[in-house]
Design a protein around this ligand. Structure first.
Ligand code: FE2
Length: 255
């Protein structure tokens, strides 16, 4: 069996066994602990032809549109959203006809209960080989862990901006669940940002661990049913410049 070294345990993640080797560490973590923290490029990675496309993929976060469905009136969030289906067994990936994004008011107490008409990801990103590679890689892990082949995927590109006089709120709804099977939080880039710490809680809302996604590819994957999650507000580290946090959220639900 091919063995992959387990990634260095995150300082705040006490549950990782650094001596383990045997199966892919993401599979192990998700099957036994329901979460995994690491860096995508160091621990999963893109093959060479795709790695060369990373910069243009990341630059697409410059082309997001204002989120006009912020019940707090916030102007700090820009985004695009599309929905995909992927079948691991047949390796079939398709993007769905664009529809509004809906969460119940129970799930999202701030912005839920209404159809939110976000702009779709551009055709360029919907058909980008990195988009496909990431969806495939994650779904293949989830298929190994759960034995389930068919996945509905919400693909969210999100940018939070903060200024000296405008705090950015990565999770304005506060502690919450996404209402999916697995969620991946993927850092595209983070500039001049103080705060924005990811907080994970158990189902009794007791804190389990926290981590700050700093570098491109820093990633948290978790089973939504096992946790509540939240992100602290963010401000500019240097108040004379804007803070910017670009994230990709990929949510997977069995279908
Ligand atoms: Fe969330």
């Amino acid at each position: 069996m091919q063995q992959t070294p387990i990634p260095a345990p995150h300082a705040a993640l006490k549950s990782v066994d650094p001596n383990f080797s045997g199966v892919w560490p993401i599979d192990l973590s998700l099957s036994q602990r329901s979460h995994w923290v690491g860096n995508y490029f160091e621990d999963i990675g893109l093959d060479d032809p795709l790695a060369e496309l990373w910069d243009e993929f990341a630059e697409s976060w410059d082309d997001l549109e204002e989120d006009r469905f912020m019940a707090d009136g916030g102007k700090y969030r820009r985004r695009r959203f599309s929905e995909f289906r992927y079948n691991v067994k047949t390796d079939t990936l398709r993007v769905l006809k664009h529809l509004p994004f809906f969460q119940s008011a129970d799930l999202n107490t701030l912005n839920g209960g209404v159809d939110r008409k976000f702009s779709p990801v551009t055709p360029y990103i919907a058909s980008h080989p990195i988009t496909a590679a990431m969806i495939r890689q994650h779904a293949q892990v989830f298929a190994r862990v759960t034995g389930h082949d068919r996945w509905a995927i919400n693909f969210h590109q999100v940018r939070i901006t903060a200024l000296a006089d405008m705090t950015g709120k990565p999770a304005p709804e506060g502690m919450h669940k996404d209402g999916v099977t697995f969620t991946t939080l993927f850092c595209i880039q983070r500039k001049n940002t103080a705060g924005a710490e990811n907080l994970m809680f158990d189902n009794d809302k007791q804190p389990i661990f926290s981590t700050t996604l700093q570098r491109a590819g820093d990633i948290v994957i978790f089973e939504d049913d096992a946790f509540y999650h939240d992100v602290t507000p963010m401000t500019p580290a240097n108040p004379n410049e804007a803070a910017q946090r670009d994230m990709l959220f990929i949510e997977f639900t069995r279908c």
